[in-house]
Design a protein around this ligand. Structure first.
Ligand code: UDP
Ligand code: MG
Length: 311
């Protein structure tokens, strides 16, 4: 019995009328390989509120090929929501997430499959090793973001990782068990763990249309990522509070010394009192923030653990 009889290909689409047919034509070329392994393919296009003819294009594909399915959102909910919906609908024991713009080379699919089916990996992720064709400023911010994330988050978030990844059913179910509203997939993939193989490839430019991510949208998304996987920013008030109290203490010492020497100390004492007051207020805010960080993590309702295997 083949352990993996179906591979679901989940494709979030936002205004991709031009890319979808090209994507399908390119990806279906891998059908032969999967047939030889007795793996059936299933396409799940998730229309994320496109304003172009994406839905019509997918319907036309469905007419020709019954393995093509569609979920169409009532408006644009963002790629993360599209990924979640696609994973929910996917029936395969294997699921792969792919962008519609062919930036995720379908030629890698057989290799991904082999790593899972023959080498026992639970997931195969992909990362691009360069950012050619991307504006330098965007690359610079992206690198800073990953550097910062590595420092402030316990979850492993891989630099250059794309959402292009093949996963077994147990990884998909683990991801679906994280029902948090603010979803940051790169963090979620790291958080769920499991044995993951990383494939590397050079950046490829999109086949048609334009990127859906403006600089501003990416910036907000990176803030989402930081807030979803780190509560480090909530520690800022307590650190500042401690610094202000230290400053107040130093000012107090200077005031005492200067007073003993007979110099006027009114301004110094005033500064000392203000610093101390600020320190106490910030410290109290920091304590509140610590509770908020706990409350925040509780509210996500993440699973307490995930099982890889048991008997
Ligand atoms: N996408 C989506 N909803 C959005 C933005 C993007 O479903 O709000 C899809 C898009 O159609 C594409 C994938 O997510 O299939 C990646 O988007 P894009 O290629 O614009 O991002 P980039 O590759 O430039 O990071
Ligand atoms: Mg793209």
């Amino acid at each position: 019995m083949n352990k993996f009889s179906k591979l679901s290909i989940v494709v979030p689409c936002f205004n991709e009328e031009e890319s979808v047919p090209l994507f399908y034509a390119e990806t279906i070329k891998q059908d032969e390989f999967f047939k030889s392994k007795n793996v059936e393919l299933e396409f799940i296009f998730v229309n994320d509120g496109s304003r172009d003819k994406t839905v019509e294009v997918v319907k036309a594909l469905h007419e020709k090929d019954e393995r093509v399915h569609l979920i169409s959102f009532s408006r644009n909910f963002g790629k993360e929501a599209a990924i979640y919906a696609g994973l929910e609908k996917a029936k395969g024991e294997l699921v792969v997430l792919m962008d519609a713009d062919l930036q995720d080379p379908p030629a890698l699919l057989p290799q991904m499959y082999t790593h899972i089916a023959e080498e026992g990996y639970d997931a195969v992720g992909s990362r691009r090793v360069n950012r050619a064709g991307e504006p330098p400023i965007r690359s610079w911010f992206a690198r800073r973001f990953y550097g910062l994330m590595r420092k402030i988050s316990k979850t492993e978030i891989v630099d250059g990782a794309r959402d292009y990844r093949m996963m077994t059913r147990k990884v998909v179910d683990a991801i679906l068990s994280m029902k948090e509203y603010n979803r940051f997939s790169k963090g979620i993939f790291g958080w769920v763990g499991f044995k993951t193989k990383w494939l590397e490839y050079e950046n490829i430019n999109r086949v048609a249309g334009e990127t859906k991510w403006s600089f501003w949208k990416l910036f907000l998304y990176s803030l989402d990522g930081i807030m979803a996987f780190s509560t480090a920013p909530l520690a800022i008030p307590i650190v500042m509070g401690i610094l202000f109290c230290i400053a107040a203490f130093v000012l107090l010492i200077i005031s005492i010394v200067r007073a003993a020497l007979g110099f006027p100390v009114f301004v110094l004492v005033l500064s000392c009192v203000i610093s101390f007051a600020a320190g106490v207020i910030l410290g109290c805010m920091g304590i509140v923030a610590m509770y908020i960080s706990k409350l925040y993590l509780e509210s996500k309702n993440r699973p307490i653990y995930l099982v890889d295997e048991e008997f």
